[in-house]
Design a protein around this ligand. Sequence first.
Ligand SMILES: *[C@@H]1O[C@H](CO)[C@@H](O)[C@H](O)[C@H]1NC(C)=O
Ligand SMILES: *[C@@H]1O[C@H](CO)[C@@H](O)[C@H](O)[C@H]1NC(C)=O
Length: 718
Amino acid sequence: MKFTSVLSTVALLFVSKSLAMTWEEADVKAREWCADLTNEEKISLVTGRENMTGVCVGSIDPIERKGFAGLCMQDGPAGVRNARGTATSWQASINTAATFDRDLLYKVGAAQGKEFRDRGINYALGPSVNILRAPASGRIWEAYGEDPFFVGECGVQVIKGMQDSGTIATVKHFVGNDQENNRGASSSNIPEQALWEVYIDPFYRAVKDAEAHAVMSSYNAINGTYSVQNKKLLTDYLKGKIGYQGPVMSDWWSIYDVEKSFGAGMDINMPGGKAWGPDYIGNSYWGEHIQECIDKGIFPQERLDDAALRIIRSLFKAGQMENYPKVDLFVDTLTEENKALNRKVGADSNVLLKNDDAVLPIKKEGIKKIAVIGKDAMPPRLCTDMGCADGTLPLGWGSGTTDFKYVIDPLAAITERARQDGIKVVSSGTDNARSGALVAKEADLAIVFVQADSGEEYITVEGNKGDRLNLDLWHNGNELVEAVAAANENTIVVIHAPGPVNLPFKDDVKGIIMAGMPGQETGNAIADVLFGDVNPSGHLPYTWAPREDYPTDVKYDGTLPGGGEQKTQYDYDEGLFIGYRWFDKQNIEPTYPFGHGLSYTTFDYSELNANMQEDGLHATLTVTNTGDVAGAAVPMIFLSFPESVKDYPIRLFKGFDKVMLQPGEGKEVEIVVDNHALSYYNLEVGDYVKPNEGEYVVYAGSSANDLPLKKTVSASAY
Ligand SMILES: *[C@@H]1O[C@H](CO)[C@@H](O)[C@H](O)[C@H]1NC(C)=O
Ligand SMILES: *[C@@H]1O[C@H](CO)[C@@H](O)[C@H](O)[C@H]1NC(C)=O
């Protein structure tokens, strides 16, 4: 992390210092604390007791004899769930990722962590570091995109921020929950090398680099064995090879037995009951059945000791065993700072996909009237868990969303901002193509707001059961854009969506902005960029292409009972070749490559140098702002591995930075690729291995398809 940022970060680091404890220190304290626990008390620690008060989505009972207040779990990752407007409704994680800004990622984590802690919530249920494997997958907006290195980097910053604020980050969903359809009755069949390098790797980073204090398992099976019963994954890989010291918590109601799940290495059953409802308070597959299993010799006493120890150890590590606030979900934490940070991340996450004739930013001169068109520019209807798409789209639906206190809609924000420049705004607040074209005709510039939504499978919105049915815009979006573009040659499209959408109108409009899901300050965030108050600097954390060009997709095959024998089979046959790696290999030109994102200025990349040092590969390059306005560049490093690594992607994304540059200014940037990122998973060795012969080729530039600089580095030279 860089220590260039503001005082609040410094203050947080100061707080965290006083709380910080090593795992070894926490272990000593936890063993001492657990020494006199009875089995009954240990069982109460591991078995959730969701008691329908609606405060915490999961809770663990107190142990009064020990002065232990119990534990509270609450969803993430877009903020504190169910807080009835008292908490910040942050942007989607995919937006935080699109900033490619480690400082912002950390700050968001820290600010969110504080909101959880102030409420006495012990475990924030996030971040999610699942991989965007298929663009239609419902929950892609809750995580950080398609590239495992990048997803890991984002997760690490957010976890550090959260945990420095004193809350426990629960990194999820371990592993392979990469689509919603039949997630509780599906098997992700993942080849070993891809399992480690693509799907486990962000968890590996979270544990090793961010000391994540909690991990949540997934609903799905891996190779036919449910993650909650997968001893190889939980005990051998996560706790064994990776050395994870904290507890593994189940995803809600994903445990259907005690023998296999507890025996496999699950430590916390959430929410604890066999199903949802008052009848299931204290009626668990675990609870007293754990003791029965110990008595029958199904698993040893040590398994229970270990699970309890893991929970307490991570509480000591997190500094939560003393003076943790009492649970109160409705403490007001919607501060001006949080609103400002949400607005900044929203603005910085706008990805300018296209800007012909420099149609943006909106200039005072010559523009007297602008037309704002589309229902997506209007105030939204706020349904439970955002299970509707009506008005502007600030977040997707499901457990990962929030209760909004307010949403700044684009029309209101643009109208207010335009007034400052003496620009008149006309609007058509529906998706009716004829009405849109009519107002567009009389304006100097037309901005069309369109959307597509997705979410979690327990809610179906407009026929989409979590996963999107297709990548088309919703609500007549294409027809609306085409009609407006036909009426006004200065047409700009703003897209609110979880990920890629089809763009049949791409050549007919001058500007396109991917705004993602920016949270409560959405309108201000887009106005900031449209009027040039903020120079866009967001980049795509995924490849944007037509659906059929991706190697992977979701399946829609009805509904199977969760936890059953019959499962939807997801074969990860593409192996390592997801996202840009596939497009490189197949030589397919995507609509927009991974990393793409324009600015109101231009950047030049030069003078790439690279050498191998003990701590990894050090690359330096010079980035120069060659345009007329200040702006932030995101230099990116991709690597080709030595030839001895067979059947490997042509290039892998392995480094980035974000640099603010004044017009004409140039800066030298150093990007270090650490030894883990220089390694591949060697099947024979059964571990990550860094090649020490041959050469890496370092590429630098601004996206997966724009890498003008190249340098060769010997793998062994230092
Ligand atoms: C649930 O927990 C709350 C808070 O600890 C407590 O006041 C309430 O009595 C509990 N209700 C049930 C049904 O156990
Ligand atoms: C899953 O199956 C694949 C293909 O047979 C194998 O490479 C991998 O090791 C298996 N993974 C686990 C966790 O069992």
